[in-house]
Ligand binder design. Sequence first.
Ligand code: HEC
Length: 139
Amino acid sequence: MKMKKLLTVLGIALGVSPLVYAEDGATLFKAKCAACHQTSRPNEISTLVAPPVMGVMRHVKMTYTAKEDAVKFISTYVLNPQKSKAVCMPQKIKRFGLMPSQKGNVTQKELESIASWMFDNFPQKGFMGKGHGKSCSVK
Ligand code: HEC
């Protein structure tokens, strides 16, 4: 009897969690990252304070094609941004400055949801960079 109940609970947990997980990532991103990284395509590039998320993810995916690796990279970078670790934007760092560490603002666990959501949703279909990516050196 106990086992059956446990299985039911597990089933519910497993069935529901992917949804919650995805939503969490979007909500967390809005709360903790969107102030700097906009999620819609910018009309006016000159007012940006950081690269929009589709550009970021385009570059992240060029270096880290597996989701697991990309999520790991993002979680690490956000807590400890380093020029040498940045994937593909020497000119972006020059323009925006290095991203300030978000340590204390976001936890490792939250970052995993955020990064997973970013990977699944960006760049959105049909997105083409504005040509800034070409001069990047992909490691
Ligand atoms: C205060 C503004 C600010 C906030 C808040 C911020 N970022 Fe950034 N982020 C930047 C800037 C500026 C850059 C570009 C320079 C760089 O790459 O370090 C950047 C770059 C990045 C990059 C690309 C790293 C690379 O390889 O160059 C990732 C990934 C990233 N941010 C993720 C996040 C996530 C996830 C959050 C929310 C938890 C976040 N950022 C919050 C300013 C911000």
